[in-house]
Design a protein around this ligand. Structure first.
Ligand code: HEM
Length: 364
């Protein structure tokens, strides 16, 4: 690859790669909120204890508990578009990994349904009346469901790139695949989700702050600390992951193909740290710091999602698929896709508005 992503590819392939990365970024935003948010809820369950919101001020856990089922449905819905594009892009590699993992792959559907209902359970009055242990067990159950789903996606992804292991896995009949990159890669996703969740919750608390519902004055500092710790841990996991890479893959990541995106990701991290240090000094949420943090976060997520693709392109030769990408591009579904994307975005925004107005109305 002698040109920066996606310019070294023919038009149709470049188009699918770009739209795949951009739609995956949306999935990552929601997925990060769900993964880190459920982990944070587990922590709050023990820390927050009782006490009315009016006495102690709004906390991140209050917002997370309220919005988590919506965020999960967002993560699932936003997963559909990249799921379509990844199949067009990598065809056999993706399908074969799915088939080899078999029931183990399909089990993510019932697991996600169980996780969904656990999140709803966490919002009920019934669970509020139960002991801290019961609440902790339900939250842990939900976290397990989402961690298992994340593990399955990482396992499937690595298996799709490791064609040499396919015959052995098929012969053994095993539905579990292990790769030495599995843990550092999963670790990166897990801790990398923390800064996104902290920022999205901070924006939510800011909106509530503007409408007169005061957040607890320690919450800006807590979220800033959490985000910075998340960033530091992500850098550690990324270092470990980079250390495990072969020199060929590393040259893809740092070279002309993805090097500029790696740099963008690092610049984004620096912007996020500066923004959080600014926010952490304040007792109220500050839109200027949050906006700067959001710019940094987007830069990091887009940069790292592109680097992730460069790593896959180092293992899978897509050259024989160029013709099939061009054929797919001629099918003419783009306008239908964009139309439904627009319609669904409007419907989701309308549903949020409707719910917010009902909440405000019932509070009056
Ligand atoms: C809470 C539920 C979910 C979690 C925690 C989750 C987590 C993840 C993670 C960690 C990855 C990155 C894997 C890697 O690069 O190693 C990923 C990728 C992906 N996820 Fe999700 N996911 C969830 C639900 C879904 C659902 C329901 C769909 C489909 C409708 C979906 C579609 C995708 C797609 C298409 C990719 C990219 C796969 C690839 O390029 O190999 N995800 N997800």
């Amino acid at each position: 690859m002698d040109r920066t992503f996606p310019f070294g590819f023919p038009g149709a392939t470049a188009f699918y790669l770009t739209i795949y990365v951009l739609t995956l970024v949306i999935h990552v935003l929601f997925m990060n909120y769900v993964l880190a948010g459920t982990g944070y809820l587990l922590f709050c369950r023990w820390r927050d204890g009782s006490g009315s919101i009016a006495d102690r001020g709004l906390r991140a856990g209050d917002v997370l508990r309220d919005w988590m089922p919506f965020a999960l449905s967002g993560a699932i819905t936003a997963g559909v578009a990249p799921l379509l594009f990844v199949q067009i892009l990598y065809k056999e590699n993706f399908y074969t990994a799915n088939l080899l993992l078999y029931h183990r792959w399909m089990v993510i559907l019932p697991v996600l349904i169980i996780g969904f209902y656990m999140l709803y359970l966490l919002k009920t009055q019934w669970i509020e009346r139960r002991s801290a242990l019961t609440r902790g067990v339900v939250t842990l159950g939900a976290l397990f469901c989402f961690a298992f789903t994340g593990l399955s996606w990482t396992e499937n992804h690595l298996l799709s790139t490791d064609t040499a292991s396919w015959p052995g896995l098929y012969e053994s009949g095993s539905m579990v695949y292990y790769h030495r990159e599995l843990l550092p890669r999963l670790g990166m996703w897990a801790v990398g989700s923390i800064p996104t969740m902290a920022l999205l919750v901070a924006w939510q608390l800011y909106v509530l702050q503007r409408s007169g519902q005061e957040p607890n004055e320690l919450e800006p500092r807590r979220l800033a600390l959490l985000a910075v710790v998340g960033i530091a841990l992500s850098v550690g996991c990324a270092g470990l992951y980079g250390y495990q890479m072969t020199s060929e893959v590393r040259s893809h990541v740092t070279g002309v193909l993805a090097g500029p995106f790696l740099l963008a990701g690092v610049v984004g991290l620096v912007i996020q740290i500066v923004a959080w240090l600014d926010q952490g000094k304040k007792t109220r949420f500050c839109p200027r710091a949050l906006a700067a943090g959001s710019a940094g976060l987007l830069l990091t997520i887009i940069g790292m999602t592109t680097v992730r693709e460069a790593i896959r392109l180092a293992s899978i030769d897509v050259t024989p698929l160029y013709v099939r990408h061009a054929e797919s591009a001629e099918k003419g579904g783009l306008y239908v896709f964009l139309a439904f994307f627009g319609i669904n975005a409007v419907l989701v925004a309308w549903a949020i508005r409707l719910t917010r107005s009902r909440v405000v109305h019932s509070a009056d």
